[in-house]
Design a protein around this ligand. Structure first.
Ligand code: 5CA
Length: 439
């Protein structure tokens, strides 16, 4: 992508309305724009990151055996009357009337709709277990939307729903999602710790929130320091095998949100020097809620003895759009964003430090062509800005590798490669740069 043809409305000034660093940097880097309170347009740079995050979430759901579908954003109110949540949900639910005066709502979550789909088709335990997920926009009319995409009103969520014959099966499904979440967040360069949590309006009695520690987070959390260094399950983890050892390892050390925190237990289980009490960002939450929806909505399957029983369910959410902000909170410095490579909008940027100089222009064009041909996502800053402004922009938008091309280096057949994560620099020939980044 040539920057001269890209749409990257970088802001010079710090936007006043942004209280936390991720919100400030997303606005300054031209990633998104607020269209109404808690409602954002994703501009090209931000949209690229959102799609990368979404794809990692998708790959790990698929690996764990969940099946992707897509449900609509609008739902019939009657469905929610069946579960009893239409009235219970309160003012957070956006209610809509269509031209025939039929009551609709913009989905804040999809337990009811997926239960309705399930009960229409699945009648026997032989079709279980089943886990269906989608990645779709949600609307919650939050009292206080704030911190940009962190607490929006319209936001992108991955929500998965598991169906099992009994509690033991449902716990296996829960464990699969638990492990998939450990892998998902680690792939994005995040340390997200599963912590015991309250279930709120989703219901049930077993739940974990996956929390990224950050002072700006909205949740108060307590944990054992050692939980921060536990190993992430590898990509060949056997989801059909016994996941209990992994779950046990992650759940035997103390980790709880403030809502379910037990001070006495914390002090008896965790030595003083290992007690962590801080704040965090909830990037995902998983729930086991038993027969809550299958009882009220009559989602029954015939068991092995032919008797119909309500299925045991769980739901599993990831805040896809919130993750963009959470990653920035975890990965930035004074100059701007430092994207982990897996979610970066571009892997590399070529900075032409003397636009109009035939040798420099030629070398940049050649690098750009070769990297693009090798499938490297590269942004070529071919604008006529000063070198200083190009450095600042590349740092602000956080591209992991910056290739600085200037007349002096080129005279020696070299360009400079700067790594955004640690600021390290190396001189190398353009051919070596291509080999390094395409490798
Ligand atoms: N049905 C369940 C699981 S699918 C559910 O809705 N869970 S949730 O309420 O915990 O939401 C799932 C994830 O969505 C949260 O962990 C959080 O990361 C994200 N999320 C929730 N509310 C917002 C919001 N207002 N703005 C941005 N992300 C949000």
């Amino acid at each position: 992508m040539r920057l001269s043809r890209f749409f990257l409305p970088i802001l010079k000034e710090n936007p006043k309305e942004a209280e936390i660093v991720s919100h400030r940097l997303m606005l300054r880097a031209g990633m998104m724009r607020q269209e109404a309170a808690g409602i954002y347009a994703w501009l090209p740079l931000g949209f690229r990151v959102l799609k990368k995050i979404e794809q990692i979430v998708r790959e790990e759901q698929d690996r764990a055996g969940a099946l992707e579908l897509l449900m609509p954003t609008l739902q019939l109110a009657d469905l929610w009357r069946e579960s009893g949540r239409y009235d219970a949900y309160g003012p957070e639910m956006l209610r809509i009337l269509d031209r025939h005066k039929r009551e609709l709502l913009y989905g804040p979550t999809n337990e009811e709709m997926i239960t309705e789909i399930f009960r229409s088709y699945v009648k026997s335990y032989k079709n279980l277990p089943l886990n269906l997920y989608h990645i779709q926009w949600k609307f919650r009319d939050e009292q206080r939307p704030r911190f940009g995409v962190m607490r929006g009103r319209e936001f992108l969520m991955k929500d998965a729903y598991s169906f099992d014959l009994d509690e033991a099966g449902a716990r296996r499904s829960y464990n699969k999602m638990f492990v998939a979440y450990l892998r998902t967040f680690a792939r994005m360069g995040l340390k997200a710790i599963p912590m015991r949590a309250e279930t709120g309006p989703i219901g049930g009695d077993l739940s974990h929130e996956f929390i990224v520690l950050a002072e700006t987070g909205e949740s108060g959390v307590f944990c054992d320091k050692d939980v921060l260094d536990l190993p992430i399950p590898p990509d060949d983890v056997d989801y059909d095998g016994d996941l209990n050892p992994i779950i046990k390892q992650w759940t035997s050390l103390y980790a709880a949100t403030e809502d379910v925190h037990d001070a006495a237990r914390f002090e008896s289980e965790v030595p003083a020097e290992k007690r962590v009490n801080t704040r965090g960002i909830e990037v995902g939450q998983i729930f086991y809620f038993g027969t809550k929806y299958s009882d009220s909505m009559k989602a029954l399957v015939a068991g092995p003895d032919g008797v119909d029983v309500p299925i045991h369910g769980g739901s599993y959410g990831v805040g896809v759009s919130r993750l963009v902000g959470a990653i920035i909170e975890a990965c930035h410095d004074d100059a701007g964003i430092k994207w982990p490579e897996a979610v970066a909008p571009f892997r590399a940027a070529i900075l032409n430090l003397k636009q109009g100089d035939a040798a420099v222009d030629g070398a940049c064009e050649k690098l750009y062509r070769e990297l693009t041909a090798k499938g490297v996502d590269v942004l070529y800053d071919d604008t006529d800005q000063r070198a200083g402004a190009k450095f600042a922009a590349a740092d602000l938008i956080g591209i992991p590798w910056q290739i600085l091309v200037g007349p002096k280096g080129l005279a020696d057949g070299k360009v400079e490669v700067k790594r955004r994560s640690d600021g390290s620099r190396e001189n190398m020939s353009p051919a070596d740069v291509v080999a390094k980044l395409a490798g």
